[in-house]
Write a protein that binds this ligand. Structure first.
Ligand SMILES: Cc1cc2nc3c(=O)[nH]c(=O)nc-3n(C[C@H](O)[C@H](O)[C@H](O)COP(=O)(O)OP(=O)(O)OC[C@H]3O[C@@H](n4cnc5c(N)ncnc54)[C@H](O)[C@@H]3O)c2cc1C
Length: 397
């Protein structure tokens, strides 16, 4: 098929990774096209992550898409860890030289990026289906796709797969090219979004005999709450009353703090998985974000890693177009994987410390309690948690 459209960088997927990459490339004068299988309304309403690391916040600001986040996002200077009926706070700025996080929904980041791309004349083709990376082992790759019922081809210099864990880009790489590292967990998260004003102004991570619970918020009117449940939990077994009872049991402390209830607007069951595919490149096809790696959400790292990947890739592509040199492109995978593995470890560690494991005995339980005691009373241990949570500085910043 003769490609009827040409761009420099063809991007598959309009999640945080694909949109941010297209935005950063535009700022360097590099043309790109984003192909997204879903509708604009769908991607703008898909509720997922909500914690932005300091580096992500700074990058949104520096690249001109941080204004609404600054107005509407909630700056948090710490988190609380609860166990044994007591809460203990980890203070981020004092432990990390002034760094913090911002609670701002992933769907809001996506809305801001789509608005910026379209205002800058960028091209995002929604409802582009049957997407397939093609000839990425040559210098003339293309992306085949279907749009408005017709087959098309997009010619480009590079293809970037930002199409999430279930996308086509990773699968398109030849068999044997990737090495996969994976861990699944014997639990999932049941999440609810409730129309209830928060009764605490920071996230609460609770370890309880019944299992883990997370208290978070999306706005002054909305709370977002999670419960550890069995993997593939049947939502029907969890009427709203049971969810609230369990949240009260796992989150409340002996000092009288109570949870405020409200109508449940949404529920989801999220599986927990750690996954890394190496390398994040094959010829002129690159992977970024969830297409290459997944973390369990306990460390709030997924979206932040996606943004960190495309920051590295945008710089490498800018260097290529400015100088013709490919060394930064060749180093892309290695540069990202150092940060990815740090986040993999942190996410696994937080998950292991805070969840009850089905076959764990009293010994395992005592080890978890000892670790919780340590990270909430030792400044060096709390510092390690805090600096990973707010996000380590980018390697080149
Ligand atoms: C239910 C859930 C809850 C989560 N909660 C948290 C959390 O609390 N904290 C946290 O840090 N992370 C969380 N995550 C992870 C976080 O949302 C992801 O890490 C983040 O979305 C990664 O961004 P991405 O752009 O790489 O991928 P995605 O956001 O998955 O975007 C990929 C895009 O590609 C599109 N696409 C897929 N296949 C194709 C195709 N063949 N052709 C064209 N387009 C395609 C998809 O429609 C999507 O728009 C959660 C994830 C899930 C699923």
């Amino acid at each position: 098929m003769t490609p009827e459209r040409r761009t420099k960088v063809g991007i598959i997927g309009a999640g945080p990774a694909g949109l941010m990459l297209s935005h950063l490339l535009h700022r360097d004068g590099i043309d790109s096209v984003v192909l997204e299988s879903r509708t604009r309304a769908y991607v703008e309403q898909r509720v997922r992550a909500g914690v932005l690391e300091q580096g992500t916040v700074d990058l949104l600001d520096a690249s001109g898409v941080g204004a609404r986040m600054r107005r509407e996002g909630l700056v948090h200077h710490g988190i609380e860890i609860r166990f044994g009926g007591m809460g203990r706070r980890i203070d981020f700025p004092s432990l990390t030289g002034g760094r913090s996080i911002v609670v701002y929904g992933q769907q809001e980041v996506v809305k801001d990026l789509i608005e910026a791309r379209l205002a800058d004349g960028g091209t995002i083709l929604f409802e582009a289906t049957d997407t397939r990376p093609h000839a990425f082992d040559t210098n003339e790759p293309s992306i085949r796709y279907t749009h408005d019922g017709n087959p098309h081809a997009l010619a480009c210099d590079f293809i970037v797969g930002c199409d999430g864990f279930h996308g086509v880009s990773r699968q398109a790489m030849p068999q044997g090219h990737l090495t996969v590292f994976e861990r699944t967990y014997p639990f999932a998260w049941l999440g609810i979004l409730a129309k209830a004003p928060p009764t605490h102004d920071e996230l609460i991570y609770a370890y309880h005999d019944h299992g883990f619970a997370l208290y978070s918020m999306r706005s002054p009117e909305l709370t977002r709450l999670y419960l550890q449940v069995a993997p593939n939990e049947d939502r029907a077994l969890w009427p709203d009353r049971r969810i609230w009872d369990e949240l009260h049991a796992r989150l409340e402390t002996s000092d009288g703090w109570t949870l405020r209830e409200g109508p449940v607007l949404e529920t989801l069951v999220a599986p927990m998985r750690s996954f890394v595919a190496e390398p994040m490149q094959c010829g002129r096809l690159f992977l970024a974000g969830d297409a290459a790696h997944i973390v369990p959400p306990t460390g709030a790292k997924g979206m932040n890693l996606a943004i960190a990947d495309v920051r590295v890739l945008a710089r490498a592509l800018a260097d290529f177009y400015a100088s013709g040199r490919e060394d930064k492109l060749r180093a892309y995978s290695q540069a990202c994987l150092a940060r990815v593995w740090r986040a993999e470890h942190f996410s696994w560690w937080m998950t292991s410390m805070l969840h009850r494991f089905p076959n764990d005995d009293a010994f395992g339980n005592r080890l978890q309690l000892s670790q919780l005691e340590y990270i909430t009373t030792s400044i060096p241990a709390a510092t390690s948690l805090a600096e990973n949570y707010v996000g380590l500085p980018f390697a080149d910043s």
